[in-house]
Ligand binder design. Structure first.
Ligand code: CMP
Length: 139
């Protein structure tokens, strides 16, 4: 059975553009329950570690610089089949390819500055949640 937990970040572009409230509204309307949440900022070292799976990609440096450039909202979300349902809600990585009504279509600037992160597997959701939150911060 698919897991009930996913991890998300509202990225620096969407925070700077004033979209925190609208994005959280869409998440809530879509039936996700917030298990943990905070406004925080990644250090360069944090961003390198979080995205180390992409270390060989040409955009890695740009990704690390961007993700550490300003505040983010980190959150753990709960819903049945959370990873897949959340990826449907946020849309394709590149907002130009994202379906109408998805968070990236509505709020992202570009493929690099794409408004939100969503875990790509149940295993990574747990790893990413524990990267950002201690056990007593998850409810
Ligand atoms: P996300 O899926 O959250 O995690 C990996 C991130 O790498 C992705 O979002 C994008 O922000 C970024 N990314 C993916 N492809 C590109 C690209 N071609 N150029 C710049 N950034 C990218």
């Amino acid at each position: 059975m698919s897991g009930k937990i996913t991890f998300t970040m509202i990225k620096p572009d969407a925070v700077a553009d004033g979209h925190i409230g609208a994005i959280l509204g869409k998440i809530a309307e879509s039936g996700f329950k917030i298990k943990a949440m905070k406004l925080t900022q990644l250090t360069v070292a944090d961003a390198k570690k979080f995205y180390e799976v992409h270390a060989e990609r040409p955009f890695y440096g740009e990704l690390v610089d961007f993700m550490s450039s300003g505040p983010i909202v980190a959150a753990v979300l709960e819903k049945d089949n959370a990873v897949e349902n959340f990826r449907t809600l946020i849309g394709a990585t590149n907002p130009a390819d994202a379906a109408e009504g998805t968070i990236r279509k509505m709020f992202a600037r570009s493929v690099g500055e794409n408004a939100v992160h969503g875990s790509d597997s149940d295993e990574n959701a747990l790893i990413e949640a524990s990267f950002h939150f201690s056990g007593r911060e998850i409810f």
